[in-house]
Ligand binder design. Structure first.
Ligand SMILES: Cc1ncc(COP(=O)(O)O)c(C=O)c1O
Length: 371
């Protein structure tokens, strides 16, 4: 599905030197590389503060801790997402409130979001799934009207621009109260281990995020509140500094691959290609088809026999996951998500796909669909 080695080989001398320099410096934790990466990512995103942390799940958790959400407060999010989004809500004893998504873009349905708001609602977590922004203009308008925090989960869409109706552009994760991202190796900006970050333009919140990531300390050994230990290693920051310089080029490579797939599959009634919304860039973390009839398992087996991987993101809606069963929800409550979970299939998507790879993968899919 990804070719991390192929991507590394193209920038191997710079990466190897950066890693060896950190080892030689012995500044492994909170060293200068972390500070430099933070500043460079702030400049790239056009955001006042980037607070690095240990992974994307921690970023979401730290955001919710800093916003002072209390047990019982309701946090609305999309039913169709990676479990981490809902996991931290449940972990903090907040109440996850799930809503359905839009069939074409797979992102939270703003109408369903507004309907789910009540007096206990404190925040919404729009997920910029598969590399495209949720409908942020509508979401922000609704959230502002109801005085809700907006925690953007931008683990899959770093670098995507959102374009408002007045033409203003903002990077995914810099629109709401806080943006949370992941630098997991297969992410669009991935390190060689775990990593994550929070983004905000709010000075006071940024200070709180920093404090919480560092055991709730304002000053060394003075713990003002309960925090966590969530740091980005200097080695990972050094790697991310180099990869950040290539992020736009990586997005272009992903878009080129997506355009190839689009051309191969568009007009085929047996599937739906990813819908591109004019108000958002797509950075194609995943290229996800929705099958309209064909047997998905048979297709995976057919492709696998030709050495072509395909993955199902995500096979089970959150409300039907064992860990999140809730008397409020039952099968049939979120028909769009349930339909997607039964019919989506993602094809290999990364920065190193050649035309020959794309031809082989597309031909495999088309051959299966002809059966
Ligand atoms: C949408 C989404 N949110 C959150 C996360 C969590 O990130 P991490 O794996 O770095 O904890 C991921 C990563 O898989 C994700 O895809």
């Amino acid at each position: 599905m990804v070719d991390l080695l192929g991507q590394y080989e193209k920038i191997k001398p710079q990466i190897d030197k950066a890693v060896l320099d950190v080892i030689a410096s012995s500044a492994y934790i909170n060293g200068p590389e972390v500070k430099s990466f933070q500043a460079e990512l702030e400049a790239y995103l056009g955001v006042k503060h980037v607070i690095p942390c240990a992974n994307g799940t921690d970023a979401l958790q730290i955001a919710m801790m800093a916003l002072n959400l209390q047990p019982g407060d309701e946090v609305i999010t999309a039913d169709f997402t990676y479990a981490a989004t809902a996991e931290v809500i449940a972990l903090l004893k907040l109440t996850p409130v799930l809503v359905d998504v839009i069939p074409g873009t797979f992102t939270i349905d703003p109408v369903a979001f507004e309907k789910a708001i009540n007096k206990n609602t404190k925040a919404v977590v729009p997920v910029h799934l598969f590399g495209q922004c949720a409908e942020m203009e509508k979401i922000m308008e609704i959230a502002n009207r109801h005085k809700l925090f907006v925690i953007e989960d931008t683990a899959q869409a770093i670098g995507a621009d959102y374009i408002f109706s007045n033409g203003t552009k903002k990077k995914a994760g810099t629109i709401g109260t806080v943006g949370c991202t992941s630098f997991f190796p297969s992410k669009n900006l991935g390190c060689f281990g775990d990593g994550g970050a929070l983004f905000t333009n709010d000075d006071a919140l940024a200070a709180k995020f920093r404090m919480i990531t560092n055991h709730g300390q304002s000053v060394l050994y003075y713990h003002d509140e309960v925090g966590v230990n969530s740091r980005l290693d200097s080695i990972q920051a050094a790697i991310l500094r180099i990869k950040l310089r290539h992020l736009d080029e990586y997005a272009n490579a992903r878009n080129k691959a997506a355009a190839y797939y689009d051309k191969a599959f568009s007009g085929n009634a047996k599937l739906q290609i990813p819908v591109r919304e004019p108000q958002s860039d797509h950075v194609f973390h995943q290229y996800t088809l929705v099958l309209n009839g064909p047997d998905r398992n048979a297709m995976r087996e057919f492709l696998s026999a030709q050495g072509i991987p395909a993955m199902i993101y995500y096979p089970i809606p959150l409300h039907l996951q064992k860990a999140y069963t809730d008397p409020r929800y039952k099968e049939g409550d979120f028909p769009v998500t349930e339909h997607l979970c039964r019919n989506v299939i993602s094809l290999p998507m990364h920065t190193e796909l050649t035309d020959a790879d794309l031809e082989r993968i597309s031909n495999g899919v088309l051959e299966f669909l002809k059966q």
